[in-house]
Write a protein that binds this ligand. Sequence first.
Ligand code: PCA
Length: 323
Amino acid sequence: MKHLKVLLSATALTAVSASAALADKWDMPMAYAATNYHSENGAEFAKCVTEKSGGLEIVTHPGGSLFGGADIKRAVQTGQANIGERLISAHANENPLYGVDSIPFVATSFEDSEKLWKAAGDKIQAALAEENLVYVYAVPWPPQGIYAKKEINSAADLAGVKFRAYNTATARIAELASMVPVQIEAAELSQALATGVAEAFISSGSTGYDRKVWEQLTHFYDVQAWLPRNVVFVNKDAWDGLDAKAQGAIADCGAEAAARGLSKAKELTDFYVKGLAENGMTVAAPSDQLKSDLKAFGETMTKEWLESAGEAGQAIVDAYKAM
Ligand code: PCA
């Protein structure tokens, strides 16, 4: 009798642990503000997976609260987090292909940015796979412009300015314009501007709006230089550990998130730029001189990127141009 009791409780224990193993919870670090459309889109994606996967719950952690932007990719590669979102061009120093979306004036509209991403898709996915990452989806930022606290009519007006960079392309522009680059995550941008660590930067209306940069800066030049992307990826070992239903849910919810994020980005672009103006900033198109100075930087940087990205880079640009 005693024997039977022990056996029964052992069976009960096994049943409990088996059902617990089926349910899994993944933390998803994200670098940008909770109210930003990328983060809201990521939360929708997480909800979709939680509903459709049959046991996998994804919980987003926006604003760099779990891992700061600079640490998210490594955290997912090493399995400290199983899924995460990162501005992929910030890793162009590791693989130039990750910088394909940030070459000035190669793709400057949503339409062209989609084409370029399509042309780059397989190669980006392969590069991520080599780093133990499975690509899920990507969403563009609105076109990039210049923020400053004085009138900027040419590259010469930028010389000596302390410039916040977010990837190698923005750091290179700082160098070409004789600015002083400092690498800062968007989550720390307001503080960097308030303390004078940075006094100008390139980004979308979205990040200027999120970080209320009108409190320190006065001008936004709508240069429309490129549209960088946030990419969501999963740790490959964690992916391999999922059943087909959960993998399918991530793929389907990811495809939906890519489409939803793109249309949000398009829809909000004007809203953000208007918001900058409504809060007192001077919003203007770049002067002809500034435009031609930046175009010249763009030509130099396109050449440099093609040199560093080699045949794979050339193949992407050729495919894009043929579209
Ligand atoms: N916002 C992000 C990247 C590009 C953008 O528009 C940032 O400034 O960090």
